[in-house]
Write a protein that binds this ligand. Structure first.
Ligand code: NAD
Length: 319
């Protein structure tokens, strides 16, 4: 029997799929400390990985390991260099992890542009009349320009939703063809700064890499419009948090929506937690029952297909 470690609990639908397959036995590992992972993981043939960090030291001890199946599409919590050198495959949930994140980006854009939190509080506080002619900054999305940075699975779902709101969509992604952007209804930007200057909304849907780390810092924010809104649902560290807080406080830009943080959970004294110009969520872009169920099934199906030699190439992470 092949032994699978489920590192960090996943939706029951995925676990049930593994339960039904007599080829596998599995254990759910909920203590994600390095001490626990290093003692538990060496006996497994495959791992499903949601949260938890699997570094070189842990991998070095996993002599039987053939595959890691990520519950998700980002893989900055795994030592990919080690995997590559040791021919351990890394799989991602390529087909199920984009609709909810794209909707989450729209939720943040709508929340900010319609002043949802402000209005809600005002009505509850008995200020119904006084907010009717207020000067709280709300804005129409129609004809506004959005810059999508990273035109992969989520970016391509997002563009459809933005076009539905009659927004003008710019795309910055040096690794995709102009033709793909244009046939999707967008305009490809070759120079990031050109896009940042034009956009009312900037949404980041890139992986965290050496190239994208700190991609949006104070210098970049200074070239944005004063009414610009940054939405980061990709990974903390792509947008510099200290710079973002400063840019918001100094009114260099208007607002931000953050689902991801440099440190998760963020420290209580992270000033962004008190900044009223930011809408926050707890790395929750996939947190819908539909998405979590589908992701858990795809995570497990990828492991099954790998051991059955039936793996769809799209599931293999490009490392
Ligand atoms: N908040 C969440 O819960 C959540 C959920 C899913 C994904 N994510 C994050 O979102 C990221 C994107 O997901 P995806 O499925 O669309 O990934 P993807 O791999 O399909 O697309 C990423 C795109 O970014 C582009 N890119 C890479 N480097 C770039 C750069 N320097 N400048 C511009 N573009 C660049 C790539 O060419 C690619 O088209 C993931 O890597 C993950 O970290 C977060």
């Amino acid at each position: 029997m092949l032994k699978i470690a489920i590192v960090d609990k996943i939706h029951q639908d995925g676990i049930n799929l593994l339960k039904k397959n007599s080829k596998f036995e599995f254990e759910i590992i909920e203590d994600l400390s390095k001490k626990n992972l290093i003692s538990k993981l060496p006996s497994f043939d495959g791992i499903t990985l949601r949260r938890g960090v699997i570094d070189e030291e842990i991998l070095n001890k996993c002599k039987k390991l053939k595959v890691i199946s990520r519950h998700g599409v980002g893989f900055d919590n795994v030592d990919t260099k080690f995997l590559k050198e040791n021919n351990i495959k890394l799989l991602v949930t390529a087909t199920t992890t984009s609709v909810s994140p794209a909707e989450h980006i729209m939720f943040m854009i709508i929340n900010i542009s319609k002043g949802i939190d402000f209005f809600d509080k005002s009505v509850r506080n008995g200020q119904f009349g006084s907010v009717m002619h207020m000067n709280h900054q709300t804005f129409e999305l129609s004809t506004k320009k959005i810059l999508i940075i990273g035109f992969g699975r989520i970016g391509r779902k997002l563009i459809k939703r933005c076009l539905g709101f009659e927004m003008k969509v710019y795309v910055y992604d040096p690794y995709v063809e102009k033709n793909l952007v244009e046939t999707s209804g967008g305009i490809k930007i070759d120079n990031l700064s050109d896009g940042l200057k034009e956009a009312d909304i900037i949404s980041l849907t890139v992986p965290l890499t050496k190239e994208t780390s700190n991609m949006i810092n104070l210098d970049k924010m200074k070239i944005m419009k004063k009414n610009a809104v940054i939405i980061n649902t990709s990974r903390g560290g792509v947008v510099n948090e200290k710079d973002l807080n400063e840019a918001l406080n100094q009114k260099i830009i208007y607002g931000a929506g953050l689902d991801v943080f440099e440190k998760e959970p963020p420290d209580n004294n992270n000033p962004l937690l008190k900044n009223r110009r930011v809408v926050l969520s707890p790395h929750a872009a996939t947190f819908t029952p539909e998405c979590l169920s589908k992701m858990s099934i795809e995570t497990v199906q990828n492991i099954i297909d790998f051991f059955d030699n039936k793996l769809n190439k799209n599931s293999l992470a490009k490392i």
